[in-house]
Structure formats: structure tokens, C-alpha cells
Design a protein around this ligand. Structure first.
Ligand SMILES: Nc1nc2c(ncn2[C@@H]2O[C@H](COP(=O)(O)OP(=O)(O)OP(=O)(O)O)[C@@H](O)[C@H]2O)c(=O)[nH]1
Ligand SMILES: [Mg+2]
Length: 394
């Protein structure tokens, strides 16, 4: 699973990425600071099952702080998109290509309105314009890919009687579009039966719907710590009641994470407080106080960075955190307790989990056992978030 950070230049994509991954990358207040995409590992926060078992876990990957298990996910930070990017403006199509492999997007918006459409400092820019332009660019991107081949493609589909959903899924396989998603789009709209009869507008509409379903998006209303941020955020939520919008201050999260890494404070990502561990310089002390006053004390999800990652993975994509666990033994062969927590796609069953762990587990599956309740579960059991399961094989 890969999450892409998108948005116009200078809104804080790299700051968000750095706060989430602590990778050493460039951040600056001029547009197009990032040119080559950054890839890194961030984390979603899961309520660890160690509590239910009365044990302390030893994660193989990620980490666990006070019952909060941090499970790794892949993040990508790309160059800023400007209006007209799908037609080659700014850095153009080249880096739209970087976004192909993403399963969903976090659209970072400067909610304070202090960044222009081109990424330059300004005042009073309406963030709603950014929400609209980015959707348009992404939809156009899909439309252009489809339009390049549509005439020959649609004729061939009609002549050969190939299933349209299958043919489109194949055409868009590089964009991770699944056949089920194409089917859903076709089912929800009334497109002519013959693909070659579709109007330009119908192809456009189809491309937009396909984009929405295959690259769903959450909006990070970033720089909420700056004046007007909170008011603009509240206005944006009213203007787009159907969009997922979460306020954030990537800059504050980065400062907290770095202070925590340096051993200055105790801070669990996503929390609304921190504990000072060492004597701080007046400057450090003031910076942290500002963060507390302007961000942590104001917003229910603190800096919002953790909330956004969790919402993307668990709500937008519907992934399920699953712990492999023996019904009678929670450790692996090395004695590590509850060493793994895996993220499985929505709708996964006990059998899918077995195959995920090892093909042989899938092939020789007898049953699964819920390690918390000791209940026996069949192969069709639909996994629930935070299940701890043992797979019994032949
Ligand atoms: N006040 C405030 N400033 C922020 C926040 N996030 C980022 N910034 C600042 O905004 C500027 C741009 O940040 P970047 O992370 O480089 O932005 P970007 O979107 O990656 O920009 P490009 O790579 O040029 O597209 C920097 O000066 C950051 O310090 C925030 O939450 N609050
Ligand atoms: Mg950047």
C-alpha cells in the first residue's frame, strides 16, 4: 500500500512527509523545492492487543509506545502540482507519473491562504480554489490517458465484444485500477452500451469517476497554526460537506517528533500533550509552548498528522490491522511476543490471512482460532480490525 502526498508547491508536503518519516529531505519556502519524488516509511497507530493478553509486545517492525502500536506504511512526497499540470505546466506530466502507483492521496492544502496557486507567498488566497483545481488536474490526467487510446480502444471493444470493465482495467492497470472499480463506475452511471458511441463528456465523466474510486483522497488543511487557519478550515468543511478534511500543522508535528528524537520531550504521535524531559533553551521552550497553545490545545486531534494517516489507511482504504497470535502461545520461535501486526485489504477472510502469511498456510488451511476468545473460525470468516488469530494447518 502506498500513500501519495499531493498539492500545489509550498503547502507543506515535504514537511508532512518529514514529520511522518523523519527522513532527511529538503524543505523550503520557495516553489518546487522537491523535484524528485521522496519515498519513505511512515506509521499508522493501532491500539495494540497486548493489553487484552496482559503482555508486553516486541515488534519485528515499527514500534509500540504505551500500548500504541505503530505499523509501517509507504509514503511518497512528490513535486508540487500547478494548474495546467495535466497539460504539461510546471513540472508537468513527468511527475504525475510518480503518482500512478499510489492507492490513495493526501491532498495538502495551505489553509491559511498564504500561498498562491503557483506556490508563492501571498495573502487571502481561497483554499477552496486549491481543492477544485487539484481534483480537475487529477481527473484530466485520467481523461488524457483514456482519450489517447479511446477511438481505437472503444471500436475494438465493441467489435470483439470484450467486456468493457476488463478492457479498461487492463488499460489502466499501471494506475492500479481494479476491474471491480470499473464495474462499480459503470453500474452507477448510465453510459451507452456501445463504447464507441460515448460522447467526449461521457468519456470525461467516466475518467473522473474512475479517478475518484481508484485514487480516493483526504484533505489535510495544513498550516492551521497560522492566523485565519482555523476559520478557513471551518469554512472549507461547510463548503465541501462530502469531503474528508482534517486540520493539520505538519510543521508542529515535525518539531515535536524531532524534539522527541533528541530526547528533549516524551511525545506519542497523535496525542495532545508532551512531557518535557530536559532543561530546554528559552527558544526551544517558547516554540513548544506556542505549539501547545496554538495547535494541541485547539484541535481535538493535535497536529492532525497521525489522524490523517490513520484516516487514509483505515477509513479511506478500509485496511484491517491483524495480529498473528498462537491461541496458547503469543511468541514466535525467538520468543518475541506478538511480533507482527499486518495490514490486510478490506473484505479479507481468515483464508486470505493464511495465504498472506504463507502460501503453504493457505493451501493447508484447516481453521483459524481467535487467540482472544479461543473461538474456532472457518475459512470464510471476515477479519475484523485488531483480530489476533492463529492459523491451524494440515
Ligand atoms: N506555519 C507553518 N508552516 C509550514 C507548515 N508546513 C510547512 N510549512 C512551511 O511551508 C514551507 C513549504 O514547506 P515544504 O514542505 O517545503 O512544501 P512543499 O509542499 O513540499 O513544497 P514543494 O516541494 O516546493 O512543492 C516551508 O517554509 C515550511 O516550513 C505548517 O504546518 N505550519
Ligand atoms: Mg516538497
Amino acid at each position: 500500500m502506498l500513500i501519495g502526498l499531493v498539492g500545489k508547491p509550498s503547502v507543506g508536503k515535504s514537511t508532512f512527509f518529514k514529520a511522518a518519516t523523519l527522513a532527511e529531505i529538503e524543505i523550503a519556502s520557495y516553489p518546487f523545492t522537491t523535484i524528485k519524488a521522496n519515498h519513505g516509511v511512515g506509521y499508522v497507530k493501532v491500539d495494540c492487543v497486548e493489553k487484552e493478553f496482559g503482555v508486553k509486545c516486541n515488534p519485528n517492525h515499527g514500534f509500540c509506545i504505551e500500548g500504541n502500536r505503530f505499523v509501517s506504511i509507504d509514503l511518497m512526497d512528490v513535486a508540487g502540482l500547478v494548474p495546467g499540470a495535466s497539460e504539461g505546466k510546471g513540472l508537468g506530466n513527468q511527475f504525475l507519473d510518480d503518482l500512478r502507483q499510489a492507492d490513495c492521496f493526501i491532498h495538502i492544502v495551505d489553509i491559511s491562504g498564504t500561498t498562491s496557486s503557483e506556490g508563492k507567498p501571498t495573502k487571502g488566497h481561497d483554499p477552496a480554489l486549491d481543492v477544485k483545481f487539484l481534483e480537475d488536474e487529477l481527473n484530466n490526467w485520467y481523461f488524457n490517458i483514456l482519450m489517447k487510446v479511446w477511438a481505437t480502444f472503444s471500436r475494438k471493444v465493441d467489435q470483439e465484444g470484450t467486456k468493457l470493465s476488463e478492457a479498461v482495467a487492463r488499460q489502466f492497470s499501471g494506475l492500479k485500477v481494479k476491474e471491480d472499480q470499473v464495474k462499480e463506475v459503470l453500474l452507477n452511471a448510465n453510459f451507452p452500451a456501445k463504447a464507441s458511441m460515448w460522447s467526449n463528456d461521457e468519456v470525461k465523466n467516466f475518467a473522473s469517476e474512475l479517478r475518484k474510486i481508484s485514487k480516493p483522497m483526504i484533505i489535510a488543511a495544513n498550516k492551521v497554526d497560522i492566523e485565519n487557519g482555523k476559520e478557513n478550515y471551518e469554512k472549507l468543511v461547510k463548503e465541501f460537506p462530502n469531503l474528508l478534511i482534517v486540520p493539520s500543522s505538519a510543521d508542529s508535528e515535525l518539531a515535536l517528533r524531532q524534539a522527541s528524537k533528541a530526547g528533549l520531550i516524551d511525545y506519542i504521535p497523535g496525542e495532545r500533550n508532551f512531557k518535557i524531559l530536559k532543561e530546554l533553551s528559552p527558544k526551544q521552550s517558547e516554540a513548544l509552548e506556542e505549539i501547545k497553545k496554538n495547535v494541541l490545545d485547539v484541535f481535538p486531534d493535535g497536529t492532525g498528522v497521525q489522524k490523517i494517516l490513520n484516516t487514509a489507511v483505515f477509513e479511506l482504504l478500509g485496511y484491517l490491522p491483524i495480529f498473528p497470535a498462537g491461541a496458547n502461545k503469543l511468541g514466535d520461535s525467538k520468543g518475541n511476543i506478538l511480533p507482527d501486526c499486518f495490514l490486510l485489504p478490506p473484505g479479507s477472510t481468515a483464508l486470505d490471512f493464511a495465504f498472506f502469511l504463507h502460501t503453504d498456510f493457505g493451501k493447508n488451511f484447516i481453521r483459524a482460532v481467535d487467540a482472544k476468545t479461543k473461538m474456532i473460525l472457518g475459512k470464510d470468516y471476515k477479519l475484523k480490525p485488531r483480530d489476533a488469530l492463529e492459523i491451524i494447518t494440515r
